[in-house]
Design a binder for this molecule. Structure first.
Ligand code: G
Ligand code: G
Ligand code: MN
Ligand code: NA
Length: 254
């Protein structure tokens, strides 16, 4: 309740801040992009975990306004990188199911592209797989339209919930994000390894890139390389970090 009572003022006061987590190509360890993850810097309670407040905001509808603020901040960062002449890395933002069903997503995004003078391809949209089950046809239409406009769409958390292979085949996305529970399963069984290999092969057959999430150890990275995974994100390579820190990292790595 405390959280819900203070969310409006927190948004107005700029307490929601984005962190960036790098995504890497395994082959040459080049950074290929970043995911924006929101953090709540409360003046009294300190840094709040999104794992706590995101589910609350998904229930009370506030998520659509928080997400718009996150996208706005991500676009401001992209514009700033252009001005600074930094390499043009795409930023992926999370899109909740409410954003698809309860706002005019394409209008909102077009407004941001105009305001910040950006190309849609610099913003990737991560749509969690659970969103696809509610009204598949509406999502297929929305995703198709977004891609016609030039946005890159990523299916987030693939394999975590109710995703079906049928859904994957029908959904016109560009990138598949493999849920971290596969790579993190302990012990690492042959069956798990083969499930991941299967999903990666299928994705490649459909011309989708695959990003494996939640890579925490060198062994996990090796296992992913062995089954043909090309892109990774995880604490082993880099944790989500404040934008300033991320900029230091790209200056160092490029
Ligand atoms: O960053 P962290 O791993 O703690 O995030 C926890 C959860 O919150 C993840 O499921 C992540 O997808 C979600 N999340 C983080 N940032 C955002 C955001 O800006 N918008 C939405 N909708 N979800 C987010
Ligand atoms: O959007 P999505 O639900 O995929 O959110 C990704 C979440 O995973 C974020 O909360 C992020 O902080 C978290 N995360 C990123 N890398 C790792 C990792 O290596 N291990 C674990 N356990 N979580 C991670
Ligand atoms: Mn995500
Ligand atoms: Na995910």
């Amino acid at each position: 309740q405390k959280i819900v009572d203070s969310m409006e003022s927190a948004l107005a006061d700029g307490e929601f801040e984005i962190y960036l987590q790098p995504k890497y190509r395994i082959r040459d360890r080049r950074m290929v992009g970043a995911e924006a993850l929101v953090r709540w810097n409360h003046p009294e309670w300190g840094l709040q975990s999104p794992a706590v407040f995101i589910p609350l905001f998904e229930r009370n509808g506030f998520i659509t306004r928080l997400d718009q603020s996150v996208w706005d901040q991500a676009c401001a960062v992209l514009q700033d990188w252009k001005k600074q002449g930094l390499p043009d890395l795409p930023i992926s933002v999370n899109v909740s199911r409410a954003d698809i069903y309860h706002m005019d997503l394409t209008d909102t995004l077009s407004g941001l592209m105009r305001r910040y003078g950006l190309n849609p391809s610099s913003l990737h949209l991560e749509i969690t797989e659970s969103a696809y089950t509610e009204n598949p046809q509406q999502i297929i239409d929305t995703v198709s339209h977004l891609r016609e406009l030039g946005y890159i769409v990523e299916m987030d958390d693939f394999g975590s919930g109710y995703s079906s292979l049928h859904m994957l085949c029908k959904m016109p996305v560009d990138i598949l994000k493999l849920d971290m529970k596969f790579i993190q399963s302990e012990p690492a069984t042959l069956v798990n390894q083969e499930i991941m290999r299967f999903i990666i092969n299928l994705a490649h057959l459909m011309s989708l890139d695959v990003v494996a999430e939640g890579v925490e150890t060198a062994e996990q990275l090796d296992r992913l390389r062995e089954i043909g995974c090309e892109y990774v994100q995880g604490y082993y390579l880099a944790k989500p970090m404040p934008v300033k820190e991320f900029e230091q990292l790209i200056k160092k790595e490029s």
